[in-house]
Write a protein that binds this ligand. Structure first.
Ligand SMILES: [Zn+2]
Length: 439
């Protein structure tokens, strides 16, 4: 059993950026078998008994990759958005008082539904109760890199400071080898972990050969702390600990210096750039142009629903284009196709899975998103890259395949009930809601 997606404008996002304006994609099992002009694959459906997906008018792209989020944080969305120091006033206290494994996992399932409906086929997560949460993520059918948070103080899933290290190791042992879930370790930030524990987390990642992700060079006070304490930047400090490597995904890295960028490039570490969250919180615009020029792998992230509000990458595309063009006063910088690369092939390279996903090519996993062009905001379509980056929204996502499974069709989840997911989360938010309104 497989699928033939026909009548689509395919943007393969492969190395030569091949496109098929009237194309077809043959899926067999979890893989893409063929990509060609529609006429070349016309007989395949009958021959192979494949189910035909008529993609008339749609643009087919590799499933988008959201390189940084916190899927357990849906309950926080729209809380204290415009408050100063929201992290320490709302997020951390509420997490300690009201976040449970059940709430985190119901939230994660909601987040997966939201991301699938936005064409995202893979995401990178940092949260608590990651083992409980992983079961919900797995049930959604999405691909995910899930990182157990490690922090040097009592947190919602561990009364012991740094309890996340032990939880994380068990989590990695349990989930390593899963076909959709890649477990990893996630020290929360450079300034919320001791140097020894950052080293331990990196050693754990090396021992199990799994990724490691961390908030890096995000906060003004973080920069100031490392300057005063060590006379270094956080990235220089991490390098001095020997923890930067190709398995390291640094979230944000807003305040990277030219030397920091050289270090990241030299160590092969990747950056998850969250333009929406970074600018909403007035923290700044990371030097992505310089990072890419130096050879640093950069992917796009939404950050959590408390920080970036929406979990779709279309919002990031638009903000990315506008902030970076404006920052450099250069309209031709980052054309739409280059921005799409950051969410597909470039992101796959940043996560070290470019041999598996990130482009529509024979042999790759069938992670494919179809974006319709029938809606009022999508006409006309002279340039499909441009339409996706500047005109489209998550609501234009029509069909999503992950690992060869059809998870979204006609803008609806095929195997999950969004009203049920929402109701279950809503009902589990009782204590959280009371604590939130009391702040
Ligand atoms: Zn974050």
């Amino acid at each position: 059993m497989g699928y033939l997606i026909s009548n689509v404008h395919i943007l393969t996002m492969n190395k030569t950026m091949d496109a098929y304006p009237d194309g077809a994609i043959l899926i067999e099992g979890d893989r893409i078998l063929r990509v060609a002009e529609r006429s070349a694959l016309a007989g395949e459906a009958k021959n192979q008994n494949h189910r035909v997906i008529d993609g008339r008018g749609a643009i087919a792209v590799p499933g988008f990759i959201n390189a940084h989020t916190h899927s357990g944080m849906i309950p926080f969305r729209s809380l204290g958005d415009d408050c100063a120091d929201r992290l320490r006033r709302f997020l951390l206290p509420l997490e300690n008082r009201a976040m449970t494994g059940e709430l985190a996992s119901l939230s994660a399932l909601y987040a997966c539904a939201e991301m699938l409906l936005a064409g995202i086929s893979c995401f990178v997560d940092m949260y608590y109760f990651e083992d409980t949460l992983a079961a919900a993520v797995k049930a959604s059918g999405i691909r995910a890199f899930l990182g157990q948070t490690v922090m040097g103080e009592p947190v919602c899933d561990s009364r012991e400071p740094y309890g996340g290290l032990l939880l994380g190791e068990r989590f990695i042992q349990k989930w390593q080898g899963d076909e959709l879930i890649t477990p990893m370790i996630a020290p929360h930030a450079t300034n919320t972990n001791s140097p020894e524990k950052i080293r331990e987390a990196a050693a754990l990642a090396a021992r199990y050969d799994v990724p490691i992700t961390m908030h890096v060079s995000e906060m003004d006070y973080e920069m100031e702390y490392f300057r005063r304490a060590y006379g270094m930047t956080p990235i220089g400090f991490l390098d001095s600990l020997g923890v930067l490597s190709p398995r390291f995904i640094a979230a944000h890295s807003i305040h990277s210096t030219p030397e920091d960028i050289r270090i990241l490039a030299r160590r092969g570490a990747a950056v998850a750039h969250c333009i929406g969250a970074n600018t909403k919180s007035a923290k700044g615009v990371a030097p992505v142009k310089e990072m890419l020029e130096a050879g640093v792998k950069v992917a796009l992230g939404t950050d959590g629903p408390a920080s970036g509000n929406t979990l779709d990458l279309f919002t990031q595309f638009s903000l990315f284009a506008k902030f970076h063009k404006t920052a450099h006063r250069d309209r031709i910088l980052f054309p739409a196709s280059a921005i799409l690369q950051l969410a597909t092939s470039g992101a796959a390279a940043a996560l070290g899975i470019e041999d598996q996903v990130g482009s529509i090519e024979p042999g790759k996993k069938a992670d494919i998103t179809l974006v319709e062009t029938e809606s009022v905001n999508m006409f006309p379509c002279f340039d499909p890259y441009s339409v996706l980056v500047y005109s489209a929204t998550a609501a234009n996502t029509d069909t999503v395949f992950v690992n060869g499974r059809l998870l979204v069709r006609g803008k609806k989840l095929t195997g999950l009930s969004l009203p049920d997911i929402r109701r279950n989360l809503d009902e589990a938010m009782g204590i959280f809601r009371r604590e939130a309104t009391a702040i």
